[in-house]
Ligand binder design. Structure first.
Ligand SMILES: Cc1ncc(COP(=O)(O)O)c(C=O)c1O
Length: 358
């Protein structure tokens, strides 16, 4: 696995110096993340399969959210915020990443969460989030989330000296999406300097859509003609080609505002490729082909996936990639840092104990 000693600044800043001056950013990740061939898996399935290791973005808590947090937390700090509220499912990796980052900055974090199918992985994630001692509010169901957000906001606001700011679900605001515009530029650079081949197709999990939107926008910006397939892990209309194109264009507009005379492309709905055939029964419900893909990748490559996002994405790659078309790339968005010793579930607020009783 090759890591080049390159400039640790986001490649996005290399486009124009005003971008660095005008866009919020703080250094939270190790870049570039490695990119390599999955030798054993490729041999087993008779294809040329590569991986982008965003599981290694951060030893603290890796995965895709750390890239978004570089822009999101800096934006909050620039707006004099010093506490953060975000929301997600009870097993949310996003919530874990936000709680981890807030804790390193010494900020209180409030997680407003809704129930999802309870698997062992979800139980582990709730304890992992608890490691960073966030405040929590549990909504009864996803549709009651707005009321729970108000309760959480109120509690956070009443902490001494707290000036709370909001990070949207999944970190998929235009500012958060910049993290993946930058990731696309990073990958294009890796291909251009020979660390990876030009993939025929790339597969990435699509939930709140910021990761996919940022990649599409960044590849347009880099004039890098790769086909990106967003594998849906939520049903439409929670994600649509419209919402992804909107986010991509909103992120590109931020770059254009920072450097107005730079030629910035726009993304049309027709350019967004969403694949919904691997979703199964819905968000957080494991699928048999996803579970099989997760086991195969673990057995052959020793890389952990999980059943909400990345196993479904790998299942899509294995089913859809055409070996004769050229290399397929799996963009790994799940943290692979092993869990540190986690607090017992009894440390979670009482409302969460129901998820640990069979
Ligand atoms: C492991 C993992 N992969 C992919 C995603 C989806 O990213 P996005 O919400 O940007 O679509 C998430 C979101 O929570 C995630 O936790």
């Amino acid at each position: 696995m090759l890591r080049r000693a390159v400039d640790p600044l986001p490649p996005l800043f290399g486009l124009d110096e005003r971008i660095q001056q005008r866009l919020p950013w703080m250094s939270l990740i190790a870049r570039p993340t490695p990119c390599h061939r999955l030798e054993h898996l490729s041999r087993r399935v008779g294809a040329d399969i590569w991986i982008k290791r965003d599981d290694l973005t951060s030893p603290l808590y890796g995965g895709n959210k750390a890239r978004k947090n570089e822009f999101l937390f800096s934006d909050l700090a620039a707006n004099q915020r010093n506490a953060v509220l975000t929301m997600g499912g009870i097993g949310s990796h996003h919530c874990c990443s936000v709680a981890a980052t807030a804790s390193t900055l010494g900020w209180p974090a409030m997680l407003v969460q809704f129930p999802q199918p309870v698997t062992e992985h979800v139980r582990q994630m709730m304890r992992w989030q608890q490691l960073w001692k966030p405040q929590r509010v549990l909504a009864r169901a996803e549709w009651t989330l707005p009321f729970a957000v108000l309760r959480g906001w109120n509690r956070l606001e009443h902490l001494p000296r707290a000036r709370p700011g909001l990070i949207w679900m999944g970190g998929s605001s235009p500012v958060g999406t910049l993290g993946y515009v930058d990731a696309a530029l990073e990958f294009a650079q890796q291909v251009r300097c020979g660390d990876a081949p030009m993939p025929a197709r790339m597969y990435v999990a699509a939930g709140s859509g910021g990761t996919l939107a940022g990649l599409i926008a960044g590849f347009r910006l880099a004039a890098f003609p790769v086909e990106v397939i967003g594998v849906q892990i939520v049903p439409s209309p929670a994600i649509t080609r419209f919402s992804v194109a909107w986010l991509a264009n909103a992120a590109l507009e931020l770059i254009s505002d920072a450097a107005p005379d730079l030629e910035i492309p726009s993304v049309s709905r027709a350019e967004v490729r969403l694949e919904d055939r691997f979703l199964g029964d819905g968000y957080g419900s494991p699928t048999p082909e996803g579970v099989a893909a997760r086991r195969l990748v673990w057995e052959l490559e020793g890389i952990p996936l999980e059943d909400t996002y990345t196993s479904k994405t790998m299942a899509a790659l294995l089913a859809l990639s055409q070996p004769q078309a050229g290399p397929a790339l799996f963009w790994n968005t799940y943290n692979s840092a092993p869990p540190p010793p986690l607090p017992p579930w009894q440390d979670l607020p009482q409302a969460y104990h129901q998820f640990y009783r069979d």
